[in-house]
Design a binder for this molecule. Structure first.
Ligand code: SF4
Length: 307
């Protein structure tokens, strides 16, 4: 036990590119200050929503939550862009783009429940959701197994800072499994507008293939991570605790947990009509009154012709 503790404290640190800490210069902080304040304001507004702590029991999100999370993400994106410009990082490769698609071979880790919920509500409505869900399940299982094989003791009690998690993350990253949200033909993220903050923060300079942990020169990868400022991070963490949703920091298992919470359906907001799902688990398309080809209206047209 003592040896394990000493190794954890003084042994070599296992780090993935998203773990690198980047110091943000004073000038860059200043450039992003207005957008950082906008992100803080969105977090405050989310915290003030009624019944924010009851999602697990009501299976409904407070009205306006989805839009506010998107507002927070948009403000953070502007902050990242302003800081990147001030730090000459605008040309760096980013996950979810053709130049940075290799970054999407490492699963997003450090994802909040709020981000997970908005992603879940979006992808649950996709026509290929059953295939995406299957892929999420197999990747989540790999992630869990990779961590558990290094863990000794109660499988329910694995600390995020433990060596088992660090080594398991690295083992998983070395598998080179592409994120299910990457459109591999275009090299683009399919959830770009709502992609997690951990994907947004990374800027890779130089040879981007070094990002892959199996690359011989992985240690030389040059990644700059533009994180949410500390104050906003702390406010977000406080808010996450209030949600009591038992989420993990891993995106893929989170989406499956939300699917379970939603009993296979979706998580509508209060006052929002829940989407209808067919027996095949796919969302039933709404009748489109504007579409002259819609079956119902075609029948009416035929009747009129006969008259
Ligand atoms: S969510 Fe998008 S940007 Fe992030 S790893 Fe997946 S495909 Fe890449």
């Amino acid at each position: 036990m003592l040896l394990g503790l000493l190794r954890a404290l003084f042994g070599p640190k296992i780090r993935l590119p998203s773990d690198h800490v980047t110091r943000i210069s004073g000038a860059a902080k200043k450039a992003g200050a207005a957008d950082a304040a906008a992100a803080a304001a969105a977090i405050d507004k989310i915290g003030a929503l009624p019944d924010i702590a009851d999602i697990a029991t009501t299976k409904r999100l407070p009205k306006g939550l989805d839009a506010l999370v998107r507002e927070m993400l948009a403000a953070y994106e502007r902050y990242v862009e302003a800081v990147a410009k001030a730090m000459n990082l605008s040309e760096a490769a980013r996950p979810g783009t053709p130049e940075g698609a290799v970054c999407c071979k490492i699963a997003p880790i450090g994802v909040t429940a709020l981000e997970s919920m908005v992603i879940f509500r979006t992808v649950r409505l996709w026509r290929d959701f059953p295939q995406v869900a299957q892929r999420l399940a197999s990747l989540a299982e790999m992630q869990i197994k990779d961590i558990q094989k290094h863990h000794v003791g109660d499988p329910e009690k694995v600390a995020m800072t433990s060596k088992a998690v660090q080594q398991g993350r690295l083992d998983y990253a070395r598998r080179g499994e592409t994120c299910p949200f990457l459109d591999t033909t275009r090299g683009r993220c399919r959830i770009w507008e709502i992609r997690p903050m951990v994907c947004r923060m990374q800027h890779v300079r130089g040879d981007v293939s070094r990002y892959d942990p199996s690359h011989a020169e992985h240690a030389k990868v040059d990644v700059k991570n533009i994180r949410l400022p500390i104050r906003q991070q702390a406010a977000l963490m406080q808010l996450e605790k209030r949600l009591v949703l038992q989420m993990t920091p891993f995106l893929f298992p989170n989406l499956l947990l939300l699917l379970q919470l939603a009993e296979g359906q979706s998580l509508p907001e209060v006052g929002e009509a829940p989407p209808r799902f067919g027996n095949d688990g796919l969302v039933v398309a709404k009748a489109n009154r504007q579409n002259p080809e819609a079956k119902k209206f075609q029948k009416e047209k035929e009747k009129q012709k006969r008259r």
